[in-house]
Design a binder for this molecule. Sequence first.
Ligand code: ATP
Ligand code: MG
Length: 429
Amino acid sequence: MLSKDVLKEIILANEDFIVKQVKNPVKREGLHFPASLKKVVVLYGVRRSGKTFILFDIFKRHKERSLYIDFEDERLSGFQVKDFERLKEAFLELKPHLISREIYFLFDEVQNVDGWEKFCRRAVERENIAVFVSGSSSKMMPFEIHTELRGRSWSIEILPFSFKECLLAIHIETEGEDIIYGVKKPLIKKHFNDYMIWGGFPEVLLAKSEIEKRKILKEYIIAMFFRDMVERYNITNIQLLDALTDKLFSSFSTKLSLTACYKQYRDKFPFSKDLLFKYYRYFSDCMLIFEVRKFAESTYKRMRNPAKVYLIDNGLGRRVTSADAGRLLENLVFLELRRKEYEMFYFEEKIECDFIAKISDGDLLPIQVCFELNEENISRETEGLIKACRAVDATKGLILTNDDEKELSKDGINIKAVPFWKWCLLRDG
Ligand SMILES: Nc1ncnc2c1ncn2[C@@H]1O[C@H](COP(=O)(O)OP(=O)(O)OP(=O)(O)O)[C@@H](O)[C@H]1O
Ligand SMILES: [Mg+2]
């Protein structure tokens, strides 16, 4: 059993660390917390995406009344659900003026305490405590959250930095027209090119050299594979895991057929088709890849067609050359739409349209991603977009490009081509 004195020491040491050592965290976009705090806010997402820093930021904003605990702290090993009550008492003994006032409990890697949901639920419902928890384990994903918390949790997925957050992190102002049209434009374009290649993991972005960036990404991959996959799921067929990793990380933004993968590898080393499907699932469970399904009336049709696969971050893409610019841009578009929590499909009826996004109020917006819009491809790109617009009764379609801008109208459908980086910076919120 952990003594109150030890708990008090940890509480104060954490407070001291956050207040003194954590410099102003970059403000994250689109974090919508519930108006009534009678819900447990659950921050989940891939490793190193910035969840802990969001807790630090909340702490700094309410430092007089916040408690931060990291349940990966070795001093807390053996912490059990019944210790939460003692933790609360220790905190209030340190700050007796907060008794009966609203306080903030910030619990990091809380999945390490079995049954944490029970205490957190009681805290928000009956005790005037605002609770924010976080963790990178798949146990924190909405569909894994314990029934105890169903309807009482408010889950927020934390992805690596968006382009706007990246600019904020390197102190480039993102408000005002001059970023789009003025002297800052070349600078923004340079950073956008870097973002497309290196992605948005905060530490990678802030690293000074390419060598450092590469090293950080390599370490992330090792941690994600060995700690999150091999150890957690007791993976034994490392050769299969390696082959699948290579496949997924090099063929993002394309349709992936696992049956074709199976045929490709089965003569090279032994494994069953079931195992391949299982390993593939682990990649989604660890939030490393996401699937987009075909737009179709029936669930059956949707599931029968291969999914398109996207990566959690462009920095993890393998063997990327300039010829892959279109796929990198498409991956960024996917991530941006996901940040907006839009449901997405791809469209394919002889001709393709990259996304159909279900935007607010259930409206559907067809979106085509085209790195460079030119004489040769414009009719194909617009044709796919128009076909998708017709299929969903939309009167507007969007083409997201690297640089090109255009507006045209065809068959009563308005098409706007906008550079993606501009679209990211100009949209509200
Ligand atoms: N908002 C931010 N402002 C500045 N730096 C940040 C921010 N968010 C993250 N970072 C940087 O990225 C690193 C990783 O962030 P953080 O520890 O918050 O990620 P995490 O999602 O909690 O990772 P894990 O799942 O491994 O615990 C931090 O150590 C920090 O250097
Ligand atoms: Mg963390």
